[in-house]
Design a protein around this ligand. Sequence first.
Ligand code: BGC
Length: 247
Amino acid sequence: MDRRLGIDIGGSAIKSGVVDLASGAGIVERLELRTPRPSTPEAVGERIREIASRLGADGPIGITYPGVVRGGVAETAANMDKGWIGYDGEGAFREATGRPVQFMNDADAAGLAEMRYGAGEGRNGTVIVATFGTGIGTAIFIDGRLLPNTEFGHVEVRGEEGEHRAAASVKSQRGWGWEEWAQAVDEYLHTLERLFSPDRFIIGGAISRESDHFLPLLTVRAEVVPAALGNDAGVVGAVIAAAERFG
Ligand code: BGC
């Protein structure tokens, strides 16, 4: 059985899982740790080492990061310790684990998983995967091809960054009910719709499991569907990307 490790670094939690590639998107073993505070690369690196030694998979590791990653190097850190900016995560985690590492943006990974096994499977046209968590991540696909490192969580909506108005974390911070939050999400999606006229939005993040509470309140023209893989998409996508790169 081809079992691969995926790790999804988030602003609040580090989710990890062993994905059985033979069965598609199935996670067969999981481990979730809290993101250390402060969330420095060194402190997160310790957790990654721990996960790699505790979970039963060998070979390449796919790791996601909640910011821009180019050539294995983190370039932004909106919801992470600023020490990540310019940090060669790929090199550092390869050294720490002794295994090949694919290091990439979290929303891009979630998007890849949804396009391969989830709500974007077989979809042509423009598909935007937007993940709602501590921040908002975006992945844009045109006829199934990803435009990497789009950062539309930071697009301005009513004079504020989109993720400061509509991330899932804002709902709990402000004690909002579903209606208030859905309105903020709706305005956010309208902004993306004005820019890209997508055919479909796929809503990801843990909150996608509760989509019955907010999807019916959205008024954009595009179809809006919840992520089929829910909050597992980042872990699964990281594994897919690592397998594509390293075999
Ligand atoms: C970051 C993105 C990330 C998103 C979700 C944003 O603050 O800039 O790169 O994908 O949060 O974690």
